[in-house]
Design a protein around this ligand. Structure first.
Ligand SMILES: Cc1cc2nc3c(=O)[nH]c(=O)nc-3n(C[C@H](O)[C@H](O)[C@H](O)COP(=O)(O)O)c2cc1C
Length: 394
């Protein structure tokens, strides 16, 4: 792929279901209303965030953060909090990680009994702590062993079991196609594939041809493409150029929870909805905080919100005052004070109707795989920010 594509102008024709897969998709016995998915993001894809993206719409199946199978079996309170859900959070997949087949099998059964709709297996995590014990990306290096483990899980439950992987450990070991096929043979219902290797981390471009090879390797199960999908056009290009059955977005949904709704509309009708106005962003931000407080309590909910709000602010235009104050948020009521102050501070950057003056407007993000080959942007890790912290090499 090459060529610098202008945002808003796709290389592929848009149109109702044309080449982008039907909106309905099936994972084994589970029928889904959308082929767009929320990727698991440890520390972020908790119940409040899932409810926010569901309320905005465009997707159906959401996945939790990764959960340690053994901790789940031990009823560790932190693991139980990670799978907290409610009736509005359906259908739900829980992502498990671990390398002991019996533990993974038993954890899948626990999830089935807890009325979870699907179980996903983490095979993409590059974090040393996870790989050292044979989990995450390490599973991609031992096909036979991984196939056996997954087969045990599939045979133990009726709900679909899916696998989420990278293209391989490194460029010399692109095992995803063989692994995907091996897992299909033991009954996996779908494959999610991030178009980078473990060695790449988050740098470099997402390789659409790598995803295409996984699509070509399986017989009939859906392959869901993943990596750098930040706009409806990027989703369309990934589907059109790889033949994948759908796409999954993670970081793109952080700063734009409207991504799925806009992409759904674009794939179905060809219409590119505008990005939401500031007032709508604030409405959803407030809703997100309320859900955080509801689920985590006021103190911890506010602390958690400190890392969420700056993502929304990335699309506010000038936001230094907001960011400085929000990272010290302690009480729900304080949020309204910060907001009132910020709205006043932001006014000079806006016209009379409250829209940002043209020079402060932000260009849409461009996915790495839609940038020119020689663009420095396409190879920089910061092209889409990765949150700092222990999972920064996910
Ligand atoms: C902060 C963070 C946490 C992540 N946590 C998980 C996880 O728990 N399980 C997983 O399979 N992938 C995890 N990932 C990888 C994402 O699911 C996704 O594959 C990757 O970010 C590429 O997609 P994106 O460009 O749409 O974000 C994480 C990524 C980030 C940045």
């Amino acid at each position: 792929m090459g060529g610098n594509r202008t945002p808003g102008k796709s290389a592929l024709p848009a149109g109702p279901f044309a080449r982008y897969g039907p909106r309905m998709i099936r994972f084994g016995s589970l029928e889904l209303k959308s082929n767009l998915f929320l990727s698991p993001l440890a520390g972020y894809t908790n119940l409040p965030f899932r409810l926010v993206v569901r309320e905005i719409g465009g997707l159906d199946l959401c996945t939790t953060d990764l959960v340690n199978a053994r901790s789940l079996l031990e009823r560790n309170p932190k693991a139980l909090k990670l799978i907290e859900s409610n009736d509005r959070d359906r259908p739900l997949a829980v992502q498990l990680f671990g390398s002991v087949p019996e533990e993974m099998r038993d954890a899948a059964q626990v999830l089935e009994a807890a009325c979870v709709q699907s179980v996903d297996i983490n095979m993409g995590c590059p974090v040393r702590k996870v790989c050292r014990v044979g989990g995450g990306s390490a599973m991609m290096t031992e096909l036979g062993r991984t196939q056996q483990l997954v087969g045990m899980m599939v045979n133990a439950v009726k709900i679909p079991v899916t696998a989420k992987m990278r293209l391989g450990w490194d460029d010399d070991n692109l095992t995803a196609p063989d692994l995907a096929r091996a897992l299909e043979d033991v009954g996996v219902a779908a494959i999610f594939v991030h178009g980078r290797t473990r060695e790449q981390g988050f740098t470099g471009r997402v390789k659409l041809d790598g995803i295409r090879r996984v699509v070509a390797a399986v017989r009939s199960i859906p392959v869901i493409g993943n990596g750098d999908v930040t706009t409806p056009e990027a989703a369309q290009a990934m589907i059109g150029e790889t033949g994948c059955a759908g796409v999954s977005a993670g970081r793109g949904a952080f700063y734009d929870p409207w991504l799925f709704r806009r992409t759904r509309c674009f794939l179905d009708t060809g219409e590119l909805l505008p990005e939401p106005p500031f007032a709508e962003r604030i409405r959803i931000l407030r809703r997100h905080l309320d859900l955080m407080v509801e689920v985590f309590g006021e103190k911890f909910g506010c602390i958690q919100f400190r890392k969420v709000a700056p993502w929304y602010a990335k699309r506010f235009g000038p936001a230094s005052v907001f960011n400085k104050r929000i990272v010290r948020l302690e009480r729900r009521a304080e949020f309204e004070e910060i907001l009132a102050l910020y709205i006043q501070w932001r006014a000079p950057f806006c016209d009379d109707a409250g829209a940002l003056l043209p020079r402060y407007r932000l260009a849409p993000m461009i996915a790495s795989f839609l940038q020119a080959d020689d663009s420095p942007e396409s190879t920089r890790r910061e092209a889409i920010p990765v949150p700092r912290g222990p999972v920064e090499v996910w």
